[in-house]
Design a protein around this ligand. Structure first.
Ligand SMILES: Nc1ncnc2c1ncn2[C@@H]1O[C@H](COP(=O)(O)OP(=O)(O)OP(=O)(O)O)[C@@H](O)[C@H]1O
Length: 499
Protein backbone atom coordinates (compact mmCIF):
# COMPACT_ATOMS: atom_id res chain seq x y z
CA UNK A 1 0.00 0.00 0.00
CA UNK A 2 1.42 3.36 -0.98
CA UNK A 3 1.21 6.14 1.58
CA UNK A 4 -0.42 9.49 0.61
CA UNK A 5 1.97 12.50 0.72
CA UNK A 6 0.99 14.85 3.55
CA UNK A 7 -1.15 17.76 2.41
CA UNK A 8 1.09 20.83 2.35
CA UNK A 9 0.13 24.51 2.49
CA UNK A 10 1.72 26.58 -0.31
CA UNK A 11 4.93 28.01 1.05
CA UNK A 12 5.49 31.76 1.42
CA UNK A 13 8.19 31.67 -1.26
CA UNK A 14 5.79 29.91 -3.66
CA UNK A 15 3.16 32.64 -3.24
CA UNK A 16 5.87 35.25 -3.64
CA UNK A 17 7.06 33.69 -6.89
CA UNK A 18 3.43 33.52 -8.17
CA UNK A 19 3.01 37.18 -7.28
CA UNK A 20 6.28 37.97 -9.08
CA UNK A 21 5.12 35.98 -12.16
CA UNK A 22 1.80 37.86 -12.12
CA UNK A 23 3.65 41.15 -11.80
CA UNK A 24 5.98 40.20 -14.66
CA UNK A 25 3.15 39.23 -17.03
CA UNK A 26 1.21 42.45 -16.23
CA UNK A 27 4.39 44.45 -16.81
CA UNK A 28 4.91 42.77 -20.21
CA UNK A 29 1.27 43.45 -21.15
CA UNK A 30 1.74 47.08 -20.08
CA UNK A 31 4.84 47.47 -22.27
CA UNK A 32 2.89 45.98 -25.18
CA UNK A 33 0.05 48.48 -24.55
CA UNK A 34 2.59 51.31 -24.52
CA UNK A 35 3.87 50.16 -27.92
CA UNK A 36 0.32 49.98 -29.35
CA UNK A 37 -0.50 53.43 -27.93
CA UNK A 38 2.68 54.95 -29.41
CA UNK A 39 1.80 53.38 -32.73
CA UNK A 40 -1.74 54.76 -32.59
CA UNK A 41 -0.46 58.20 -31.64
CA UNK A 42 1.89 58.13 -34.66
CA UNK A 43 -0.96 57.08 -36.96
CA UNK A 44 -3.17 59.76 -35.48
CA UNK A 45 -0.56 62.46 -36.14
CA UNK A 46 -0.06 61.22 -39.70
CA UNK A 47 -3.79 61.41 -40.31
CA UNK A 48 -3.90 64.89 -38.86
CA UNK A 49 -1.14 65.91 -41.28
CA UNK A 50 -3.12 64.34 -44.14
CA UNK A 51 -6.19 66.35 -43.11
CA UNK A 52 -4.09 69.54 -43.00
CA UNK A 53 -2.74 68.85 -46.50
CA UNK A 54 -6.24 68.18 -47.81
CA UNK A 55 -7.52 71.39 -46.26
CA UNK A 56 -4.66 73.37 -47.78
CA UNK A 57 -5.24 71.81 -51.22
CA UNK A 58 -8.95 72.42 -50.87
CA UNK A 59 -8.51 76.09 -50.06
CA UNK A 60 -6.07 76.41 -53.02
CA UNK A 61 -8.65 74.85 -55.35
CA UNK A 62 -11.40 77.09 -53.99
CA UNK A 63 -9.21 80.13 -54.69
CA UNK A 64 -8.51 78.81 -58.19
CA UNK A 65 -12.27 78.36 -58.86
CA UNK A 66 -12.90 81.92 -57.68
CA UNK A 67 -10.14 83.27 -59.94
CA UNK A 68 -11.43 81.35 -62.98
CA UNK A 69 -14.95 82.64 -62.38
CA UNK A 70 -13.61 86.18 -62.29
CA UNK A 71 -11.73 85.60 -65.59
CA UNK A 72 -14.88 84.21 -67.21
CA UNK A 73 -16.84 87.22 -66.03
CA UNK A 74 -14.17 89.52 -67.42
CA UNK A 75 -14.13 87.72 -70.79
CA UNK A 76 -17.93 87.87 -71.01
CA UNK A 77 -17.76 91.59 -70.39
CA UNK A 78 -15.10 92.02 -73.09
CA UNK A 79 -17.24 90.01 -75.52
CA UNK A 80 -20.21 92.23 -74.82
CA UNK A 81 -18.02 95.31 -75.42
CA UNK A 82 -16.77 93.86 -78.72
CA UNK A 83 -20.29 93.14 -79.87
CA UNK A 84 -21.28 96.69 -78.99
CA UNK A 85 -18.25 98.04 -80.93
CA UNK A 86 -19.15 95.87 -83.90
CA UNK A 87 -22.70 97.10 -83.81
CA UNK A 88 -21.51 100.68 -83.69
CA UNK A 89 -19.15 100.11 -86.66
CA UNK A 90 -21.99 98.57 -88.66
CA UNK A 91 -24.18 101.56 -87.88
CA UNK A 92 -21.46 103.94 -89.01
CA UNK A 93 -20.90 102.09 -92.31
CA UNK A 94 -24.62 102.00 -92.95
CA UNK A 95 -24.97 105.75 -92.36
CA UNK A 96 -21.93 106.46 -94.55
CA UNK A 97 -23.44 104.42 -97.40
CA UNK A 98 -26.74 106.23 -96.94
CA UNK A 99 -25.07 109.62 -97.01
CA UNK A 100 -23.22 108.65 -100.24
CA UNK A 101 -26.41 107.46 -101.86
CA UNK A 102 -28.14 110.76 -100.99
CA UNK A 103 -25.26 112.82 -102.42
CA UNK A 104 -25.73 111.26 -105.92
CA UNK A 105 -28.91 112.64 -107.71
CA UNK A 106 -31.03 109.98 -109.28
CA UNK A 107 -30.58 109.83 -113.05
CA UNK A 108 -32.47 107.91 -115.64
CA UNK A 109 -29.44 107.07 -117.58
CA UNK A 110 -26.89 105.89 -115.14
CA UNK A 111 -24.00 105.27 -117.31
CA UNK A 112 -21.24 106.43 -115.02
CA UNK A 113 -21.37 107.20 -111.25
CA UNK A 114 -20.41 110.75 -110.53
CA UNK A 115 -18.39 109.63 -107.44
CA UNK A 116 -15.50 107.35 -108.12
CA UNK A 117 -16.03 103.64 -107.40
CA UNK A 118 -12.63 103.38 -105.64
CA UNK A 119 -13.58 104.62 -102.11
CA UNK A 120 -16.77 102.62 -102.19
CA UNK A 121 -14.90 99.41 -102.94
CA UNK A 122 -12.34 100.21 -100.31
CA UNK A 123 -15.07 100.70 -97.75
CA UNK A 124 -16.72 97.42 -98.76
CA UNK A 125 -13.43 95.59 -98.43
CA UNK A 126 -12.81 97.14 -95.02
CA UNK A 127 -16.29 96.14 -93.90
CA UNK A 128 -15.71 92.56 -95.06
CA UNK A 129 -12.34 92.41 -93.35
CA UNK A 130 -13.81 93.80 -90.20
CA UNK A 131 -16.59 91.22 -90.29
CA UNK A 132 -14.05 88.43 -90.76
CA UNK A 133 -11.82 89.59 -87.89
CA UNK A 134 -14.88 90.13 -85.74
CA UNK A 135 -16.02 86.57 -86.42
CA UNK A 136 -12.54 85.25 -85.60
CA UNK A 137 -12.46 87.24 -82.38
CA UNK A 138 -15.88 86.01 -81.38
CA UNK A 139 -14.94 82.43 -82.07
CA UNK A 140 -11.67 82.83 -80.07
CA UNK A 141 -13.52 84.32 -77.13
CA UNK A 142 -16.18 81.60 -77.34
CA UNK A 143 -13.51 78.93 -77.43
CA UNK A 144 -11.74 80.50 -74.44
CA UNK A 145 -15.05 80.65 -72.59
CA UNK A 146 -15.82 77.02 -73.36
CA UNK A 147 -12.31 75.97 -72.21
CA UNK A 148 -12.67 77.98 -69.09
CA UNK A 149 -16.08 76.48 -68.32
CA UNK A 150 -14.69 72.97 -68.85
CA UNK A 151 -11.80 73.69 -66.52
CA UNK A 152 -14.20 75.09 -63.99
CA UNK A 153 -16.31 71.92 -64.15
CA UNK A 154 -13.17 69.82 -63.66
CA UNK A 155 -12.13 71.94 -60.68
CA UNK A 156 -15.58 71.62 -59.15
CA UNK A 157 -15.34 67.83 -59.57
CA UNK A 158 -11.92 67.83 -57.89
CA UNK A 159 -13.23 69.90 -54.98
CA UNK A 160 -16.15 67.47 -54.60
CA UNK A 161 -13.77 64.50 -54.54
CA UNK A 162 -11.55 66.32 -52.08
CA UNK A 163 -14.50 66.90 -49.74
CA UNK A 164 -15.34 63.21 -49.93
CA UNK A 165 -11.69 62.38 -49.15
CA UNK A 166 -11.77 64.78 -46.22
CA UNK A 167 -14.86 63.08 -44.85
CA UNK A 168 -13.21 59.67 -45.17
CA UNK A 169 -10.04 60.87 -43.42
CA UNK A 170 -12.14 62.49 -40.67
CA UNK A 171 -13.91 59.14 -40.21
CA UNK A 172 -10.56 57.35 -40.02
CA UNK A 173 -9.31 59.91 -37.46
CA UNK A 174 -12.42 59.30 -35.34
CA UNK A 175 -11.90 55.53 -35.55
CA UNK A 176 -8.25 55.96 -34.54
CA UNK A 177 -9.29 58.21 -31.66
CA UNK A 178 -11.77 55.62 -30.43
CA UNK A 179 -9.12 52.86 -30.69
CA UNK A 180 -6.62 55.06 -28.84
CA UNK A 181 -9.17 55.77 -26.13
CA UNK A 182 -9.79 52.04 -25.67
CA UNK A 183 -6.05 51.31 -25.54
CA UNK A 184 -5.48 54.18 -23.08
CA UNK A 185 -8.20 52.87 -20.75
CA UNK A 186 -6.76 49.34 -20.95
CA UNK A 187 -3.29 50.70 -20.29
CA UNK A 188 -4.53 52.49 -17.21
CA UNK A 189 -6.25 49.35 -15.96
CA UNK A 190 -3.05 47.37 -16.44
CA UNK A 191 -0.95 50.08 -14.81
CA UNK A 192 -3.30 50.09 -11.85
CA UNK A 193 -3.18 46.28 -11.65
CA UNK A 194 0.60 46.52 -11.61
CA UNK A 195 0.46 49.01 -8.72
CA UNK A 196 -2.03 46.82 -6.88
CA UNK A 197 0.28 43.83 -7.27
CA UNK A 198 3.07 45.95 -5.83
CA UNK A 199 0.73 46.96 -3.02
CA UNK A 200 -1.61 49.94 -2.67
CA UNK A 201 0.41 51.02 0.35
CA UNK A 202 4.07 51.39 -0.48
CA UNK A 203 6.55 52.07 2.29
CA UNK A 204 9.89 53.66 1.47
CA UNK A 205 12.69 54.16 3.98
CA UNK A 206 14.94 57.19 3.60
CA UNK A 207 18.14 57.50 5.64
CA UNK A 208 19.17 61.05 6.46
CA UNK A 209 22.58 62.34 5.41
CA UNK A 210 25.14 62.48 8.24
CA UNK A 211 28.70 63.66 8.66
CA UNK A 212 29.33 61.34 11.63
CA UNK A 213 31.93 58.62 11.06
CA UNK A 214 29.81 55.86 12.61
CA UNK A 215 26.23 54.98 11.76
CA UNK A 216 23.62 52.66 13.24
CA UNK A 217 22.26 51.83 9.79
CA UNK A 218 23.40 49.42 7.09
CA UNK A 219 21.73 49.03 3.71
CA UNK A 220 22.80 45.70 2.18
CA UNK A 221 20.38 46.06 -0.75
CA UNK A 222 17.67 48.44 -1.96
CA UNK A 223 14.93 46.67 -0.02
CA UNK A 224 16.60 45.94 3.30
CA UNK A 225 17.87 48.13 6.09
CA UNK A 226 19.70 46.77 9.16
CA UNK A 227 19.81 48.60 12.51
CA UNK A 228 22.93 47.80 14.49
CA UNK A 229 22.56 48.37 18.25
CA UNK A 230 25.12 47.14 20.75
CA UNK A 231 26.13 44.26 18.49
CA UNK A 232 22.49 43.26 17.74
CA UNK A 233 21.31 43.44 14.17
CA UNK A 234 17.65 44.03 13.42
CA UNK A 235 16.54 43.72 9.78
CA UNK A 236 13.62 45.58 8.20
CA UNK A 237 12.28 45.23 4.69
CA UNK A 238 10.57 47.95 2.70
CA UNK A 239 9.46 48.52 -0.86
CA UNK A 240 12.52 50.67 -1.40
CA UNK A 241 15.42 51.92 0.71
CA UNK A 242 16.98 55.27 -0.08
CA UNK A 243 20.42 55.32 1.58
CA UNK A 244 22.20 58.58 2.41
CA UNK A 245 23.75 58.75 -1.05
CA UNK A 246 20.37 58.93 -2.80
CA UNK A 247 19.43 62.34 -4.20
CA UNK A 248 16.11 64.21 -4.20
CA UNK A 249 15.69 63.17 -7.87
CA UNK A 250 16.07 59.48 -6.96
CA UNK A 251 13.55 59.82 -4.16
CA UNK A 252 11.05 61.62 -6.36
CA UNK A 253 11.50 59.03 -9.14
CA UNK A 254 10.36 56.38 -6.63
CA UNK A 255 7.06 58.20 -6.14
CA UNK A 256 6.36 58.94 -9.82
CA UNK A 257 4.40 55.71 -10.55
CA UNK A 258 2.06 56.47 -7.63
CA UNK A 259 1.71 60.13 -8.69
CA UNK A 260 0.98 58.97 -12.25
CA UNK A 261 -1.83 56.96 -10.79
CA UNK A 262 -3.24 60.22 -9.32
CA UNK A 263 -3.26 61.79 -12.77
CA UNK A 264 -5.06 58.63 -13.92
CA UNK A 265 -7.91 59.52 -11.55
CA UNK A 266 -7.00 57.95 -8.18
CA UNK A 267 -6.60 59.68 -4.84
CA UNK A 268 -3.00 59.45 -3.74
CA UNK A 269 -1.35 60.25 -0.43
CA UNK A 270 2.37 60.65 0.25
CA UNK A 271 3.37 60.87 3.92
CA UNK A 272 6.68 61.49 5.64
CA UNK A 273 6.96 59.93 9.11
CA UNK A 274 9.93 60.06 11.48
CA UNK A 275 11.52 61.71 14.48
CA UNK A 276 12.39 65.42 14.51
CA UNK A 277 15.45 66.10 12.38
CA UNK A 278 15.26 62.83 10.43
CA UNK A 279 14.73 64.57 7.07
CA UNK A 280 10.93 64.60 6.62
CA UNK A 281 10.76 68.25 5.54
CA UNK A 282 13.83 67.81 3.36
CA UNK A 283 12.12 64.86 1.62
CA UNK A 284 8.76 66.55 1.19
CA UNK A 285 9.58 70.23 0.73
CA UNK A 286 13.36 70.25 0.20
CA UNK A 287 15.29 73.41 -0.42
CA UNK A 288 15.23 75.91 -3.30
CA UNK A 289 18.28 74.26 -4.87
CA UNK A 290 17.08 70.73 -4.12
CA UNK A 291 13.27 70.73 -4.12
CA UNK A 292 11.44 67.81 -2.59
CA UNK A 293 8.44 65.70 -3.56
CA UNK A 294 5.89 68.54 -3.04
CA UNK A 295 7.49 70.94 -5.49
CA UNK A 296 8.55 68.31 -8.00
CA UNK A 297 5.08 66.74 -8.14
CA UNK A 298 3.59 70.17 -8.78
CA UNK A 299 5.99 70.68 -11.67
CA UNK A 300 5.33 67.26 -13.17
CA UNK A 301 3.34 67.58 -16.37
CA UNK A 302 2.18 64.16 -17.41
CA UNK A 303 -0.92 65.40 -19.17
CA UNK A 304 -2.15 68.88 -19.61
CA UNK A 305 -3.69 69.25 -16.19
CA UNK A 306 -5.18 71.96 -14.03
CA UNK A 307 -4.38 72.02 -10.40
CA UNK A 308 -5.66 73.70 -7.30
CA UNK A 309 -3.79 73.64 -4.07
CA UNK A 310 -4.68 73.88 -0.42
CA UNK A 311 -2.17 73.99 2.43
CA UNK A 312 -3.10 73.23 6.01
CA UNK A 313 -1.32 72.92 9.30
CA UNK A 314 -2.62 70.74 12.13
CA UNK A 315 -1.29 72.01 15.43
CA UNK A 316 -2.59 70.72 18.75
CA UNK A 317 -5.62 69.22 16.94
CA UNK A 318 -6.47 72.63 15.40
CA UNK A 319 -6.51 73.35 11.69
CA UNK A 320 -4.85 76.44 10.19
CA UNK A 321 -5.20 77.43 6.56
CA UNK A 322 -1.69 78.53 5.62
CA UNK A 323 -2.84 80.18 2.39
CA UNK A 324 -5.43 82.38 4.06
CA UNK A 325 -4.40 85.93 4.90
CA UNK A 326 -6.48 86.39 8.04
CA UNK A 327 -6.95 83.61 10.56
CA UNK A 328 -10.16 84.83 12.22
CA UNK A 329 -12.54 81.96 11.56
CA UNK A 330 -11.66 78.52 12.89
CA UNK A 331 -11.51 75.82 10.25
CA UNK A 332 -13.41 72.62 10.39
CA UNK A 333 -13.52 69.43 8.34
CA UNK A 334 -16.82 68.82 6.59
CA UNK A 335 -17.75 65.22 5.99
CA UNK A 336 -19.88 64.91 2.84
CA UNK A 337 -21.18 61.39 2.55
CA UNK A 338 -18.02 59.37 2.47
CA UNK A 339 -15.65 62.05 1.30
CA UNK A 340 -14.05 64.72 3.38
CA UNK A 341 -13.70 68.17 1.90
CA UNK A 342 -10.10 69.28 2.16
CA UNK A 343 -10.62 72.38 0.12
CA UNK A 344 -10.41 75.51 2.12
CA UNK A 345 -8.89 77.94 -0.28
CA UNK A 346 -7.54 77.31 -3.71
CA UNK A 347 -4.50 78.80 -5.35
CA UNK A 348 -2.41 77.84 -8.33
CA UNK A 349 0.59 75.58 -8.06
CA UNK A 350 2.95 78.50 -8.60
CA UNK A 351 1.92 79.79 -5.21
CA UNK A 352 3.75 77.03 -3.31
CA UNK A 353 6.21 78.69 -0.99
CA UNK A 354 8.99 77.29 1.09
CA UNK A 355 7.59 77.35 4.58
CA UNK A 356 9.48 76.94 7.78
CA UNK A 357 6.93 75.36 10.05
CA UNK A 358 7.08 74.09 13.54
CA UNK A 359 8.23 70.50 13.81
CA UNK A 360 5.36 70.13 16.30
CA UNK A 361 2.69 70.39 13.62
CA UNK A 362 1.57 68.33 10.63
CA UNK A 363 1.68 70.06 7.24
CA UNK A 364 -0.84 68.85 4.67
CA UNK A 365 -0.59 70.05 1.07
CA UNK A 366 -3.36 68.88 -1.23
CA UNK A 367 -3.22 69.21 -5.01
CA UNK A 368 -6.41 68.73 -6.93
CA UNK A 369 -5.39 67.30 -10.29
CA UNK A 370 -7.54 67.17 -13.38
CA UNK A 371 -5.90 65.57 -16.36
CA UNK A 372 -7.33 65.68 -19.86
CA UNK A 373 -5.91 63.65 -22.69
CA UNK A 374 -6.13 65.67 -25.93
CA UNK A 375 -6.30 62.56 -28.14
CA UNK A 376 -8.73 60.35 -26.22
CA UNK A 377 -10.79 63.25 -24.88
CA UNK A 378 -10.99 61.59 -21.44
CA UNK A 379 -10.74 63.62 -18.27
CA UNK A 380 -9.74 62.20 -14.90
CA UNK A 381 -9.68 63.79 -11.48
CA UNK A 382 -7.60 62.84 -8.49
CA UNK A 383 -6.20 64.39 -5.35
CA UNK A 384 -2.57 64.26 -4.42
CA UNK A 385 -2.15 64.80 -0.68
CA UNK A 386 1.37 65.40 0.56
CA UNK A 387 1.89 65.29 4.28
CA UNK A 388 4.92 66.25 6.34
CA UNK A 389 4.09 64.83 9.77
CA UNK A 390 5.23 66.24 13.09
CA UNK A 391 8.20 64.56 14.80
CA UNK A 392 7.28 61.10 16.05
CA UNK A 393 9.60 60.95 19.12
CA UNK A 394 8.06 59.59 22.26
CA UNK A 395 6.99 61.90 25.10
CA UNK A 396 9.41 60.23 27.53
CA UNK A 397 12.29 61.16 25.23
CA UNK A 398 11.21 64.74 24.80
CA UNK A 399 10.96 65.11 28.59
CA UNK A 400 8.27 67.61 27.81
CA UNK A 401 6.29 69.66 30.21
CA UNK A 402 3.78 72.53 29.98
CA UNK A 403 3.03 73.58 26.37
CA UNK A 404 5.56 71.04 25.00
CA UNK A 405 3.70 68.26 26.78
CA UNK A 406 0.37 69.37 25.25
CA UNK A 407 1.96 69.42 21.78
CA UNK A 408 3.59 66.04 22.28
CA UNK A 409 0.31 64.52 23.48
CA UNK A 410 -1.54 65.88 20.41
CA UNK A 411 1.13 64.55 18.06
CA UNK A 412 1.15 61.22 19.82
CA UNK A 413 -2.63 60.98 19.58
CA UNK A 414 -2.72 61.73 15.86
CA UNK A 415 0.20 59.46 14.93
CA UNK A 416 -1.30 56.61 16.96
CA UNK A 417 -4.60 57.21 15.15
CA UNK A 418 -2.73 57.12 11.82
CA UNK A 419 -1.22 53.75 12.74
CA UNK A 420 -4.67 52.46 13.79
CA UNK A 421 -6.19 53.60 10.49
CA UNK A 422 -3.48 51.78 8.54
CA UNK A 423 -3.88 48.64 10.60
CA UNK A 424 -7.67 48.71 10.42
CA UNK A 425 -8.03 49.62 6.79
CA UNK A 426 -9.34 46.19 5.81
CA UNK A 427 -11.81 46.16 8.69
CA UNK A 428 -15.46 47.21 8.48
CA UNK A 429 -14.96 50.16 10.77
CA UNK A 430 -11.88 52.30 10.28
CA UNK A 431 -11.29 54.77 13.12
CA UNK A 432 -10.79 57.91 11.01
CA UNK A 433 -12.50 60.09 13.63
CA UNK A 434 -9.87 59.47 16.28
CA UNK A 435 -7.89 62.54 15.20
CA UNK A 436 -8.10 65.61 12.94
CA UNK A 437 -5.19 64.23 10.90
CA UNK A 438 -6.88 60.92 10.04
CA UNK A 439 -10.24 62.61 9.42
CA UNK A 440 -8.59 65.05 7.04
CA UNK A 441 -6.68 62.28 5.28
CA UNK A 442 -9.73 59.97 5.06
CA UNK A 443 -10.28 60.40 1.27
CA UNK A 444 -6.71 59.45 0.53
CA UNK A 445 -6.43 56.64 3.08
CA UNK A 446 -9.70 54.82 2.42
CA UNK A 447 -10.55 52.21 -0.20
CA UNK A 448 -10.31 54.42 -3.26
CA UNK A 449 -6.76 55.59 -2.68
CA UNK A 450 -3.10 54.69 -2.94
CA UNK A 451 -0.63 55.59 -0.29
CA UNK A 452 3.11 56.02 -0.18
CA UNK A 453 4.76 56.38 3.23
CA UNK A 454 8.32 57.59 3.71
CA UNK A 455 9.80 56.47 6.99
CA UNK A 456 12.63 58.92 7.56
CA UNK A 457 15.37 57.71 9.86
CA UNK A 458 18.48 59.21 11.36
CA UNK A 459 21.68 57.15 11.10
CA UNK A 460 23.09 58.75 14.30
CA UNK A 461 23.86 56.23 17.03
CA UNK A 462 22.23 58.45 19.65
CA UNK A 463 18.93 58.23 17.70
CA UNK A 464 18.91 54.45 17.39
CA UNK A 465 15.88 53.91 19.68
CA UNK A 466 13.76 56.38 17.66
CA UNK A 467 15.07 54.89 14.41
CA UNK A 468 13.95 51.43 15.56
CA UNK A 469 10.55 52.79 16.59
CA UNK A 470 10.09 54.51 13.20
CA UNK A 471 11.10 51.37 11.30
CA UNK A 472 8.66 49.28 13.38
CA UNK A 473 5.88 51.74 12.47
CA UNK A 474 6.80 51.44 8.78
CA UNK A 475 6.94 47.63 8.93
CA UNK A 476 3.54 47.42 10.57
CA UNK A 477 1.78 49.53 7.96
CA UNK A 478 3.58 47.67 5.17
CA UNK A 479 1.73 44.51 6.18
CA UNK A 480 -1.56 46.19 5.35
CA UNK A 481 -2.87 46.86 1.88
CA UNK A 482 -5.67 49.19 0.93
CA UNK A 483 -8.84 47.90 -0.71
CA UNK A 484 -9.25 47.96 -4.47
CA UNK A 485 -9.03 51.52 -5.72
CA UNK A 486 -11.91 53.19 -7.54
CA UNK A 487 -11.07 55.49 -10.42
CA UNK A 488 -12.70 58.89 -10.96
CA UNK A 489 -12.84 59.18 -14.74
CA UNK A 490 -15.37 61.26 -16.63
CA UNK A 491 -15.67 61.86 -20.35
CA UNK A 492 -14.52 65.39 -21.24
CA UNK A 493 -17.16 68.00 -22.07
CA UNK A 494 -18.05 68.17 -25.81
CA UNK A 495 -16.30 64.87 -26.39
CA UNK A 496 -17.87 61.62 -27.40
CA UNK A 497 -17.73 58.86 -24.82
CA UNK A 498 -15.77 55.72 -25.46
CA UNK A 499 -17.49 53.08 -27.50
N1 LIG B 1 19.10 63.60 2.57
C1 LIG B 1 19.57 64.74 3.08
N2 LIG B 1 20.60 65.35 2.49
C2 LIG B 1 21.08 66.51 2.97
N3 LIG B 1 20.58 67.14 4.06
C3 LIG B 1 19.55 66.59 4.68
C4 LIG B 1 18.98 65.35 4.23
N4 LIG B 1 17.97 65.05 5.05
C5 LIG B 1 17.90 66.03 5.96
N5 LIG B 1 18.84 66.95 5.74
C6 LIG B 1 19.08 68.15 6.57
O1 LIG B 1 18.92 67.75 7.91
C7 LIG B 1 18.26 68.76 8.65
C8 LIG B 1 16.98 68.22 9.30
O2 LIG B 1 16.11 67.79 8.31
P1 LIG B 1 14.57 68.16 8.28
O3 LIG B 1 14.32 69.54 8.76
O4 LIG B 1 14.06 67.81 6.95
O5 LIG B 1 14.05 67.13 9.37
P2 LIG B 1 12.56 66.92 9.84
O6 LIG B 1 12.39 65.49 10.07
O7 LIG B 1 11.63 67.56 8.90
O8 LIG B 1 12.53 67.69 11.19
P3 LIG B 1 11.26 68.40 11.86
O9 LIG B 1 10.46 67.32 12.46
O10 LIG B 1 11.89 69.30 12.85
O11 LIG B 1 10.54 69.14 10.80
C9 LIG B 1 17.96 69.90 7.70
O12 LIG B 1 18.96 70.85 7.80
C10 LIG B 1 18.05 69.22 6.33
O13 LIG B 1 18.46 70.14 5.33
Amino acid sequence: MTSQPPCQRPSHSLSLSRRRDGWWSVRQALLERDRVIDNLKQKFHNKEKEVDNLLQRNSYLAREVRYRNEVIQHLNQKLAELEADQQEAREKIRSLLNRQALAVPPSKNIAQPTVGIGPFRQMSRLTREMNVSNKQLRSTVHQALTDMKNQLEQLKGAVGKMTLGEQEVAKEVEELRSLYRKEAVERKTLFNKLLELQGNIRVFCRCRMTTASSSCLETPDDQEVVVVQKGNRKKFQFDKIFPQSRTQEDVFAGTVPVITSCVDGYNVCILAYGQTGSGKTYTMMGSKENPGVNIRSGQLTLWSFRENISMLEIYNENLNDLLRKSSDAALDIRVQGKSVSLWVRKLTINSIVFLSLSSRSHLVVALEVEGSDQVSGLTSRGTLTLCDLAGSERISKTEAEGQRLVEAAAINKSLTALGQVHQGCNALHIPFRNSKLTLLLQPCLSGDAKCCVFVNVSPDIKDVAETLSTLHFGSTIRQVSLGKAAQNIVPAKNNKTDK
